[in-house]
Design a protein around this ligand. Structure first.
Ligand code: ASP
Length: 307
């Protein structure tokens, strides 16, 4: 039996022209750390679910990425986080949307999956479920980063001038992980602060099962990053699985059509990381870059930003 793990830290958030060697090295280090957190679990025979949650927690704790600490700000200057987990074994899933408080929103999503009879919770009760599960909470000082605050001001100023960002991917980012474990189970997890200057209460694709997150042992596990509204309308993640299930497409073919054609042709800038039941990994993206990494049993970990 083999295992595979793939992660992303968002797509298109930094243009190559504004990248420095130091920044680039720091992103690679963040990705490598998350891969290591997930692989340690898979190597020891642990579950895909534990591995994707561990990898996503590492990315949420790293302020370079837009999830948990370092989440972007809404138009009102608040942080509202979305997260999801899905277990391919039985398609159980848990998601939270628009929350603020838990240090690791992905763990709150897992608590919804494990401790309630529901899939998605929002509002005070989502936080209560996280509290009852004994999760760590943090205050705004912990989650705040100057860089995200400055991006919000820039975006609001552009809006006031009636300008649109030339790079639709500039304003977003997300983190996610997908894995196959040695027991043949697939799992996916995604976590995000959403899009800079989003409206209060806006929910993206990450916590929508079948849009930004999906896992099913018969086909694949998928975690997306990009223009959430388009991922939702094109049911991006579940369409990859459906193409495999009904049209007999390989993971690579299915992920490519969805990302490089369906999303790309419809203002859906972004990408996905996906793994199938054999451990094949696919990581297509249709914008300038996607922070990503992968590792398979017996292979060296790989991290990349641009093509
Ligand atoms: N998909 C996320 C959202 O729309 C943002 C991103 O991945 O860049 O909330």
């Amino acid at each position: 039996m083999t295992y595979s793990l793939a992660i992303h830290g968002g797509a298109g958030t930094i243009l190559k022209s504004s990248m420095t060697p130091e920044k680039e090295a720091s992103y690679h280090a963040g990705l490598a750390k998350a891969l290591e957190a997930g692989e340690t679990i898979l190597k020891a025979g642990g579950s895909a679910m534990d591995a994707v949650v561990a990898a996503v927690c590492a990315l949420e704790d790293d302020p370079q990425f837009n999830a948990g600490r370092g989440s972007v700000f809404t138009a009102e200057g608040k942080q509202e986080m979305d997260a999801a987990v899905m277990d391919g074994k039985d398609r159980s899933a848990g998601t939270v949307a628009g929350i603020f408080g838990p240090r690791n929103p992905v763990k709150a999503a897992r608590a919804v999956m494990e401790n309630t009879s529901h899939v998605t919770l929002i509002g005070p009760n989502a936080l209560q479920v996280a509290k009852d599960a004994g999760l760590e909470f943090e205050t705004s000082d912990y989650f705040f980063t100057q860089q995200r605050w400055d991006s919000l001001q820039e975006t609001l100023e552009m809006r006031a001038r009636g300008e649109q960002s030339t790079d639709p991917a500039r304003r977003h980012g997300t983190v996610g992980a997908v894995a196959l474990d040695e027991h043949g189970n697939l799992a996916a997890a995604t976590s995000t602060g959403g899009m800079t200057a989003k409206a209060a209460g806006r929910v993206g694709d990450s916590p929508i099962i079948g849009a930004g997150t999906y896992a099913d042992n018969d086909t694949c596990a998928v975690s997306g990053t990009g223009h959430g509204e388009v991922f939702i309308r094109w049911t991006a993640a579940s369409d990859i699985a459906a193409r495999m299930r009904y049209a007999g497409q390989s993971l690579e073919e299915a992920a490519d059509v969805v990302v490089m054609k369906n999303l790309a042709e419809n203002d859906g800038s972004g990408g996905v990381v996906a793994v199938d039941a054999k451990g094949n990994i696919s990581m297509p993206f249709n914008c300038e870059g996607m922070y990503r990494g992968s590792v398979k049993k017996g292979e060296e970990p790989f991290t990349a930003i641009y093509r």
